[in-house]
Design a protein around this ligand. Structure first.
Ligand code: C5P
Length: 420
């Protein structure tokens, strides 16, 4: 069996002295150990002790140029079979969880493609603090093995969980981790979607409608659609990120305005239609709002009362303007007009029919039968005269970014180049 190689990162804490015993155990088991000491760790154990026990050079600084010549920090982080952090202090765990890399130890932890095992040690309150527990959960979610600390009396006199596990227990966890260690850990943080061009909508104007509309019946009641506004807001955000000048006409939703987006809040379909008209001209319009098809024909100025007779009041409805269809016919029709369709069955057939009925260029159809509205993901089909482009289920942000790429290409084909 080839010799197992451990990269041992020693954080600063009173428990750092136990790392000396750990190095001894690992060497006795025939493993190669390379030690990295944090600046705080150096206060508790000396590089000399660790070098003597590990029979290897001890690394302390990112800026040791000689080491860069002998061995780059990337190589150092990857030539091990397992990276062990012991003691893993609250500070080190926080830095690992947030991906900070401001010294040699944290840089190695961010750059490594090997499994990582952390043995925490800290004061009981620090261990139990919500921030530390959050960091531990993040790290575990990222695939880092975080051992549970021992419980007992602490150097500071308090009692509880937070003591560094005994070196034998860490050695055992190392043996287990090595038994399952892959040659390299796959990246988990792949972006959902990587834009292939920088700000592809720069110089374009994009209009977005989002959210539901509320159609008042009386001062306390209204007719509405189920719509969280999340997809529309994600689209407005992605359009702004892609460099466009964005006007978001939003129905009543409690969502923050995305950076760089101009937002106009409306309540009813008619207000939305007015604001859309006022927002023209626009190069593209993306109508994501779930507009109420009908409104109450008469709005009561006062709350309608139950009169105790058991008779229900009549509710006459009037049809709302179809904003999308109206825009398609207007003299200021945007070069690219996109509608949305939430369907529960025959998604693509219904979308094709809607494309013709509304007079728009694309319908972004999504099947809401399996997934209730308001979720975080969407599986969409872009239906146009040219056919159907079906995408995998993606987070709404990823759908939005991918849509911006497609819109940018289409606008480049339909319009002269955007102004610089
Ligand atoms: O007819 P349906 O409501 O299914 O059409 C959905 C598409 O039409 C969406 O893009 C929506 O924003 C738009 N729409 C509109 N005005 C309406 C109704 C729907 O702009 N009154």
């Amino acid at each position: 069996m080839p010799t197992k190689r451990i990269l041992l990162i020693i954080g600063g804490g009173i428990a750092a002295y136990k790392s000396i015993e750990l190095v001894r155990l690992l060497r006795k088991a025939g493993m190669t150990v390379r030690c990295v000491l944090t600046r705080a760790g150096e206060q508790f154990v000396t590089p000399l002790t660790l070098a003597a026990l590990s029979e290897n050079k001890v690394y302390t600084s990112l800026f040791d140029l000689k080491d860069e010549v002998e061995m780059g920090h990337i190589q150092l982080s990857r030539e091990a079979d397992l990276v062990v952090v012991a003691p893993a202090t609250a500070d080190l765990l926080a830095k690992m969880a947030t991906g900070q890399a401001d010294d040699l130890a944290t840089t190695l932890l961010l750059a490594t493609d090997k499994p990582v095992l952390a043995a925490p040690a800290m004061n009981v309150r620090m261990w139990l603090h919500a921030a530390t527990q959050r960091n531990i959960a993040t790290l575990r979610g990222d695939g880092v093995t975080v051992m549970a600390p021992d419980e007992g009396e602490m150097a500071c006199g308090e009692y509880g969980p937070g003591r560094l596990p005994e070196p034998e227990a860490i050695k055992q966890a190392i043996d287990e981790a090595l038994a399952h260690a892959p040659a390299s850990v796959p990246l988990t943080g792949q972006p959902d979607f990587a834009p292939s061009r920088h700000r592809p909508l720069y110089g374009r104007r994009i209009l977005v409608t989002a959210g539901p509309t509320h159609e008042p019946i009386d001062p306390v009641r209204y007719i509405a659609n189920r719509s969280s506004g999340k997809q529309g807001f994600a689209i407005a955000a992605a359009a702004a990120e892609a460099g466009a000048e964005v006007l978001l006409v939003a129905g009543p939703v409690p969502l923050p305005t995305p950076p760089g987006v101009t937002r106009v809040d409306v309540e009813t379909a008619r207000e939305m239609a007015d604001e859309v008209a006022a927002g023209l001209p626009s190069d593209a319009a993306i109508m994501v709002a779930a507009v109420a098809d009908w409104r109450a024909a008469d709005t009561h100025a006062q709350k309608i009362k139950k009169d105790g007779s058991g008779q229900v009041p009549p509710l006459a409805l009037a049809e709302n303007p179809d904003i999308l269809a109206g825009l398609a016919k207007s003299a200021q029709r945007p070069a690219l007009l996109i509608g949305f369709a939430a369907e529960t069955n025959d998604v693509i057939d219904h979308a094709r029919a809607k494309l013709a009925k509304k007079g728009c260029d694309w319908i972004v159809a999504n099947d809401v039968s399996a997934d209730p509205m308001g979720g975080e993901t969407n599986r969409v089909h872009i239906v146009s005269q040219d056919g159907v482009d079906s995408w995998d289920r993606l987070p709404k942000q990823a759908v939005a970014r991918k849509l911006m790429e497609k819109i940018a290409d289409e606008l480049d084909a339909r319009l002269p180049p955007a102004r610089d």
